[in-house]
Design a binder for this molecule. Sequence first.
Ligand code: FMN
Length: 166
Amino acid sequence: MEFFEVLEKRYSCRDFKDKEVEQELIDKILEAGRLSPTAVNFQPERIYVCKSKEILEKLKTACKYTFNAGLIFVIAYNTKEAWVRKSDDRGFGMVDATIVTTNMMNAITALGLGSCFVCSMHEDKVEEILGLPENIKVLALLPTGYPNEVKKHNTRKDIKEIVEYR
Ligand SMILES: Cc1cc2nc3c(=O)[nH]c(=O)nc-3n(C[C@H](O)[C@H](O)[C@H](O)COP(=O)(O)O)c2cc1C
């Protein structure tokens, strides 16, 4: 699929078919995450591929928005590996993980699958369920699967409302 077609076709999918996503497609989605740029190329991202019934059931207790997906990518970052800007001590792990999530989300669309970027969750609980150490912070869940719907993305503001030439 052509790049701009991917951007146009991607929407937040919240209804999935009961059909398993093939490992070959999972590998491609993970590669899209791995190829993402990160600050100073520190690559602090961590991706957890959740497929087992046990973990998926547990994730439901930490997040209302898993949409019964049979596959959930949990995207996190290592605070000890992320770049910290000296001038204001700001860590960029969350930005890096956001880019990784976005690239994965677009790859999912390009592969004919659907997903939804989900941040509304009890992240402490997700971290506990996955047994993550304190330095690994969860950014997002990407419930993923074959779409059980034909939908378009939400409306957007007019370009004039968001862009200024100076
Ligand atoms: C950072 C971020 C967090 C989001 N969190 C949630 C969420 O917790 N639950 C949910 O259903 N959708 C969530 N969304 C999806 C947005 O609601 C959705 O992208 C937006 O309404 C635009 O719709 P579209 O993706 O179909 O274009 C999130 C999206 C982003 C980018």
